[in-house]
Write a protein that binds this ligand. Structure first.
Ligand code: ZN
Ligand code: ZN
Length: 209
């Protein structure tokens, strides 16, 4: 199954896509599922769950910490207080979720950077299609070789055109099956960077919203 593990709905302030449009586009792009990872909220996930679809929808949330973003996969809730990455990972684990470090080496977009060495997440995002240049993804791919973490790829789509630009390949199964097999995934993913004009368009439109 092709799963895009990093998708934003318009419940993220900087994103423009409705849950309905995301599902329609995901089907057109032949994705089998996606993780809704809005910033600090799960409202988009709850909305999407109510729409009839064949796609597998995985709950998630991209949580801002004092050092950068961390995604909780398989968790729901509102996360308004900014805590340390260590405390955030602990909360994700207490909720039974997986801690995923997205775009670790994207210093322009809240990447956690070298702080990653002090943390014990479950997964590292080794391909994020929203990176401005390929270097941050290469650094993440290189870093993960020295660890035993599982890997994911995701589009980090904030506008509909970006959806599915990167995805992770998983065996068919329920949300729980997929999340538990993900920690063993070391290389099954695909990604290409989203065109730069989309990234710029997203920046401009989020400013005027
Ligand atoms: Zn982020
Ligand atoms: Zn994101």
């Amino acid at each position: 199954m092709k799963i895009d593990f990093h998708v934003h709905t318009y419940y993220s302030k900087c994103a423009l896509s409705s849950p309905e449009d995301i599902l329609k586009t995901a089907v057109k792009k032949k994705l089998n599922g996606l993780a809704v990872t809005d910033h600090n909220t799960c409202k988009g996930y709850y909305k999407m769950r109510k729409i009839k679809t064949e796609l597998l929808i995985i709950p998630g949330v991209e949580i801002k910490t004092t050092s950068g973003d961390i995604i909780g996969l398989g968790v729901t809730g509102e996360f308004k207080d900014v805590k340390t990455p260590e405390a955030t990972i602990e909360i994700i684990h207490d909720l039974g979720g997986l801690a995923l470090i997205p775009h670790p080496f994207d210093y322009l977009r809240n990447g956690i950077g070298l702080k990653i060495k002090d943390l014990k997440p479950d997964l590292i995002e080794v391909y994020n299609a929203g990176m401005m240049t390929p270097f941050g993804n290469r650094l993440a791919q290189e870093y993960v070789k020295h660890t035993s973490y599982g890997v994911t790829a995701g589009s980090d789509a904030h506008i509909i055109g970006e959806l599915g630009a990167a995805y992770t390949l998983v065996e068919e199964g329920s949300v729980d099956d997929i999340l538990s097999s993900l920690v063993k995934n070391r290389k099954k993913y695909f990604g290409r960077l989203s065109p730069i004009h989309w990234l710029l368009l997203r920046k401009i439109r989020s400013k005027i919203r």
